[in-house]
Design a protein around this ligand. Sequence first.
Ligand code: SF4
Length: 249
Amino acid sequence: MNSLVPDLPKSLRARAEDSISRLRAAVSDYKNVCYANSLGSESMVLTDLIWEAVPEIEIFSIDTGRLYPETYDLIERVQARYGRALRIYYPDGLDMERWVGENGINGFRDGLKQRHSCCAIRKVEPFRRAVSGRGAWVTGIRRGQSASRALAAPVEWDSEYGLHKVSPLLDWPETEIWEYIRKKRLPYNTLHDSGFPSIGCAPCTRAVQPGEDERSGRWWWERADSRECGLHPRHRIAGALAGSQKTQP
Ligand code: SF4
């Protein structure tokens, strides 16, 4: 651990050590653990923690076919830094052909049904394959990213995919994510320097104004409570919100 975080301030080192402990506990408890790398800023921290300290966790990403060029550049830079390859999963080609034939190349803007079906083919199905047979998957979500994510737990049973979901960065503030990236000179997506806090597919992601919700640049034409892609299902979040309203003052 000392060689991993030699020059970090004490509080940040403690934060990193806590996350590594959670990752090691996940491997110990669930054996076959993978990390779904979304290639955002949190992902750069988690990639560093995993490949430096818990390399038995396999890291994968999903190439939806609609990513920003900057994101593909980042994949190359990440792989060059660590001398390791991310496993990349792709959508089924025939399903994509059929969807585009029926809905148009940018048909996901025509309604929630079309948007969800595009995410289902380009993200959810490859994700389902990637986590199939695993004991747990790791995610980089943080409480500060949105009101719904504030209610997440560090370890949850993911009933949608039938495995545990581990969120070791849940309590990291955004400032410390960036402090870690800068102190360790990690690669990151250059779009973050242009006002993109959260980066997904190019046609469904835009920059946000200072002070706006981090997720407000994703599917901005939709209601705020629908802006997830299916990997963090809303029904669970809605249930948690309903429960919290009963118990919170
Ligand atoms: Fe399709 Fe947009 Fe979802 Fe990407 S984010 S899979 S382009 S709807």
